[in-house]
Design a protein around this ligand. Structure first.
Ligand SMILES: Cc1cc2nc3c(=O)[nH]c(=O)nc-3n(C[C@H](O)[C@H](O)[C@H](O)COP(=O)(O)O)c2cc1C
Length: 174
């Protein structure tokens, strides 16, 4: 599949089949996150897989019926002690790096016939307590992962995204 086609096939899946993910497939997804680029190659992330004893408690951190159907969750955490800060303004690149790794995983999952949904609207204090995260480790996103039991129109980007000319500028702002 060409990259643009793969990217269009990725969608936010909000209903999953009651089917486990094979270990090699899950590891493929996680490996795709591990090899992601990061500012100054700091790799300021850990990926916490939740699929057994902490699953029910993680579901309490984001109360949506659909969220309960996912067999696996990957909690992408950023390490603010490791992340690169830009000298000119101190900007912490932790979120950027964690997001790149997360998106690698969404696309790798899509390639393998799995589906994902980014979730950021969770209760951060609850996730931090549940996973025992120290202060410098921030839960940035949760990816629900599973075999989808829903679908999305791969042509939706024609109407559900801003138009090409509204986001691509040349040589300056507008
Ligand atoms: C950073 C980020 C955070 C998101 N957080 C949530 C969330 O908390 N809950 C949710 O249902 N979807 C969440 N989404 C999914 C977006 O709503 C979705 O990507 C967007 O509407 C485009 O739809 P698509 O992914 O199906 O193309 C998030 C997506 C991103 C990139």
């Amino acid at each position: 599949m060409e990259f643009l086609e793969l990217a269009k096939h990725r969608y936010s899946a909000r209903k999953y089949k009651n089917k486990e993910i094979e270990e090699d497939l899950l590891n493929y997804v996680l490996e795709s996150g591990r090899i992601a680029p990061s500012a100054n190659n700091t790799q300021p992330w850990v990926f916490i897989v939740v699929k057994n004893e902490n699953k029910d408690k993680l579901r309490e951190c984001y109360h949506r019926e659909w969220f309960n159907s996912a067999p696996v969750y990957i909690v992408i955490c950023g390490n603010h002690q490791q992340s690169w800060k830009r000298a000119s303004d101190g900007k912490d690149h932790c979120d950027i790096d964690a997001s790149i790794a997360t998106d690698h995983m969404t696309l790798a999952a899509t390639e393998k016939g799995l589906a994902t949904c980014w979730v950021c609207n969770f209760n951060t204090q609850m996730v931090t307590a549940l996973l025992g995260l120290p202060e410098h480790i921030e839960p940035i996103a949760i990816l629900s992962v599973g075999y989808p039991d829903d679908s999305a129109d791969i042509k939706r980007h024609g109407t559900k995204r801003k138009k090409f000319n509204d986001v691509v500028f040349y040589e300056g702002y507008k």
